[in-house]
Write a protein that binds this ligand. Sequence first.
Ligand code: NAD
Length: 257
Amino acid sequence: MATSLSAVTQPVALVTGASRGIGRSVAQFLAQRGVRVAVHFQRNEVAAQETLLSLEGEGHAVFAADVADGAQCEDLIKRVLQHFGVLDVLVNNAGIYEDHDIKASSYPEWRRLWQRTMEANLSGPANLTYLAVQHMRPRGTGRIINVSSRGAFRGEPMAPAYGAAKAGLNSFGQSMARALAPDGITFFTVAPGWIATDMAQPSLTGPKAQEVLDQHPLGRVGTPDEIAEVVAWLALEAPANLTGCIIDANGASYLRT
Ligand code: NAD
């Protein structure tokens, strides 16, 4: 475990969107490694409580917030700090994926989707980063991991706001890595390909399912645990020299068309 994190007490990590999917797995992997987890959720408190119950060890807690709302981000970080007194790791995992085909969307729909996606997938992580950094900087330590997407590199023809938001998130992590390395705060980005979660379910079981599978040389899509393992390693063990990296975790699927 990185010695720079809370060395005496157990480190604390805030994982956004941890009520299900990749976020739940990240919370579980971190808890298995002795981290106290702030399990963030948006609306589904029952699912967040299920995540909480599944975590090894003690001292975890759940927190609600809409990360697309800057005021709620501020309140979230305040509550996490009031509860734990410290924040070592922020995992910006929460996100939405919504189709908005440029050939089929009305202009009001198009604008609504862009606003909603940018706020949830880009402004939310940026705001939470700003707020977490205010606490991390005086301590001279902190790790922030952004969950991006293969779509940032490959384009998302049916969900262009999603692709653009994730490309923006990649750039944001790189900018922050440069800005905050002197302050001991490191930034890592993970870019998953298709992962078997509720978010991906329509594409993995619908009419596109075979086409999606055909992109994968491994013959299968990824699992939430395969992303969580990488995130937990970045949060706790990865050398600081990796700051600014973007890790592709997509089973080489982005190398096929
Ligand atoms: P998921 O839908 O299961 O989980 C996303 C979580 O984010 C949900 O719990 C949801 O409530 C939360 N969330 C969304 N908007 C929010 C908001 N405004 N405020 C608070 N919480 C909000 O999806 P997942 O597959 O586990 O995705 C996790 C991350 O991985 C996302 O950022 C997603 O873009 C990324 N990703 C997923 C895949 C995939 O194929 N599943 C591929 C690439 C990247």
